[in-house]
Design a protein around this ligand. Structure first.
Ligand code: GRF
Length: 191
């Protein structure tokens, strides 16, 4: 069994790295990370993608007339690479109509909270400031809303009395690096 995936990222890329590590180690046997898409040429994830020789499409949104224009090019790249699942791992943009029309149901996103709690930016900070006793990580299918699509996998993280916002972030990121590869494996097994 094989599944060709694309990973979209805008920043650090620790989740793209975790997915690639899982492919290399055999944990994601059969998964082919055949395209990395990045909308910020200066992001650290770009170095990672180059060092690991992952085929990429790196672009600057301002070089295009609008979202439809760059999403049309992304859609072509996904089709050329025969991608079967799109994974948003820290892609800091709402997906628009062009990609949704083709990819809804085959596109997942990673979010650092127990959705529907704390959608949008800085979910870990939002949870921390709200003083919750538990938060977590969600993998969900992407729709037109902000972190509102069907939830696929979720796992809780306890906020301990001695946690700081930084230690909580660390726990959440560690869990993300496991939960996202788990979700990809589960989707492949269900195909
Ligand atoms: C993750 O916390 C993810 O949940 C959120 O953006 C962050 C991306 O981190 N959507 P990284 O770039 O994979 O390190």
């Amino acid at each position: 069994m094989n599944m060709r995936i694309a990973v979209f990222a805008s920043g650090r890329g620790s989740n793209l790295k975790a997915i690639h590590d899982a492919v290399i180690s055999g944990k994601l046997e059969g998964v082919l990370l055949d395209l990395a898409v990045c909308d910020r040429p200066d992001a650290p994830v770009v170095d990672l993608v180059h060092k690991r020789n992952i085929p990429d499409f790196i672009f600057c949104p301002k070089d295009y007339a609008d979202k439809n224009a760059f999403e049309t090019v992304i859609a072509e790249k996904l089709a050329e690479a025969k991608i079967e699942l799109v994974v948003l791992a820290g892609y800091m943009r709402l997906v628009g109509a062009v990609l949704l029309e083709k990819w809804e149901g085959r596109m997942i996103n990673l979010h650092p909270s127990l959705l529907p709690a704390f959608p949008g930016k800085d979910a870990i900070g939002q949870a921390w400031r709200a003083g919750v006793k538990e938060t977590g990580v969600t993998v969900h299918f992407v729709n037109a809303g902000m972190d509102t699509g069907r939830i696929y996998l979720q796992q809780k993280v306890t906020v301990d009395p001695d946690d700081t916002e930084e230690s909580l972030s660390e726990k959440i990121h560690l869990l993300e690096h496991k939960l996202l590869p788990d979700a990809i494996l589960k989707i492949m097994q269900e195909m």
